[in-house]
Design a protein around this ligand. Structure first.
Ligand code: GLT
Ligand code: MN
Ligand code: MN
Ligand code: MN
Length: 386
């Protein structure tokens, strides 16, 4: 009946349901909630966990005593509800100090401060048992490429990630790190703009096995790319360490819409990849209620994200079991054991055999693939008439 339980592993950032409706053009439209209230409400709704930036929980200028009091209240709510904290991250974008980047600032003092702030945030995350640490480089980018830092910025970014990975090992935290790409906003151009570019960068790090990606539906869509294709590549590379689920219209500002709100077909194939591949991590919603909503609307939004995921998960099972869909899939693929054996891996003999083979090119080009039929079946399944 599409009611979530912790076994579904749904998580929300404190900043998501805590979002107050503020945008670049207007003030907050609702007050937001305290962290312990968010924990209690999410638990009541059937979520598994909660995530945070250091400053979602502890204000940037809090005293040591305040920090401890806040951490204790938060811990009490977690203990009371059984909610967990699987992921934590650093706010390296709100404070004016980071206006030209954190790890990629041209100011060595800002880069050093970003390391200090991240180490402290990693301590805070570890205190609550976080195992995944996200890096969203929101301010890591430029508007003015005349500043001449494109190559330096990548080197500074690499040094920082290498440094923090060693800090994590040194402290015994053993975090798995997840880089979150985004093409633009708030910077004109953000470094590592897509899942593909993050994967390429990870290969240049000192301990690449500790790093994966945290792809977000909205961010790949903003770049004009397909989210299912992006996560398929991450899964193939063994790099899907975490995921940010939401929705987005292409070519717009970062909308962070309720999961499935805009592109249910993209959401369906996202859920299908996660479920069919056996992805075991949290299903993390990085989205927020529309600015039009009050507190009740916020919880309707959160419930909706989870409910839509579960409905789509059901549709995935239906898709996988539907005889007509499975027949269409079978008809689409042509198998040929002999040719597949010859093509799978190179040997001189296989190369010679393939070169000597005669192919009926005309017939290969004439075969209809039945994809219109398959796609209509998928559409009807999603529209609820199958
Ligand atoms: C911010 C951003 C998100 C990131 C968060 C992690 S913060 O809300 O828009 O996409 O996932 O830093
Ligand atoms: Mn976003
Ligand atoms: Mn966002
Ligand atoms: Mn995100």
């Amino acid at each position: 009946n599409y009611t979530p339980t912790p076994a579904d592993k749904f998580t929300f950032g404190l900043w998501t349901v805590g979002q107050t409706g503020r945008d670049p053009f207007g003030e907050a439209t609702r007050p937001g909630f305290s962290a312990p209230d968010i924990v209690r409400k999410l638990a009541e709704l059937g979520a598994y966990g909660v995530t945070f930036h250091d400053n979602d929980l502890v204000p940037i200028d809090a005293s040591a005593a305040e920090r401890d009091r806040i951490a204790n209240d938060f811990r009490a709510a977690l203990n009371e509800t059984g909610l967990v904290v699987p992921m934590a991250t650093t706010n390296l974008f709100t404070d004016p100090a980071f206006k030209d980047g954190a790890f990629t600032s041209a100011d060595a003092r800002v880069r050093a401060y970003a390391l200090q702030k991240t180490m402290q945030a990693m301590d805070l995350g570890a205190e609550f048992g976080a195992q995944t640490y996200v890096f969203w480089g929101g301010r890591e980018g430029t508007e003015v490429d005349g500043s001449g830092k494109l190559l330096d910025a990548l080197a500074w970014f690499r040094d920082s990630l290498n440094f923090l990975a060693q800090y994590s090992q040194d402290q015994g935290y053993n975090y798995r790190f997840a880089l979150e790409p985004k093409p633009n906003e708030p910077r004109g151009d953000i470094f590592l703009p897509t899942v593909g570019s993050a994967l390429g960068f990870i290969a240049t790090l000192e301990q690449p096995e500790l790093f994966g990606v945290n792809p977000e539906f909205a961010h790949e869509t903003m770049a004009g790319l397909s989210f299912p294709h992006a996560i398929a590549q991450a899964i193939d590379a063994g790099k899907l360490f975490h995921i940010d689920l939401n929705d987005q219209k292409m070519g717009r500002f970062d909308q962070d819409l309720r999961f499935g709100a805009e592109n249910p077909k993209g959401a369906f194939f996202t859920v299908k990849l996660l479920e069919d591949s056996g992805y075991g991590g949290p299903r993390h919603f990085d989205a927020h209620a529309l600015r039009t909503e009050d507190a009740e609307g916020v919880w309707a939004f959160a419930r909706g994200c989870m409910r839509t995921y579960l409905i789509l998960k059901d549709k995935v099972a239906q898709f996988n079991a539907d005889p007509e869909i499975q027949a269409a899939l079978q008809a689409y693929r042509v198998q040929d054991a002999e040719l597949e054996a010859l093509s799978k891996s190179y040997s001189t003999a296989n190369a010679q055999a393939l070169k000597g083979r005669t192919f009926d090119r005309g017939a290969l080009g004439q075969r209809g693939l039945g994809l219109e039929h398959l796609d209509q079946l998928t559409a009807e399944l999603l529209l609820g008439v199958r």
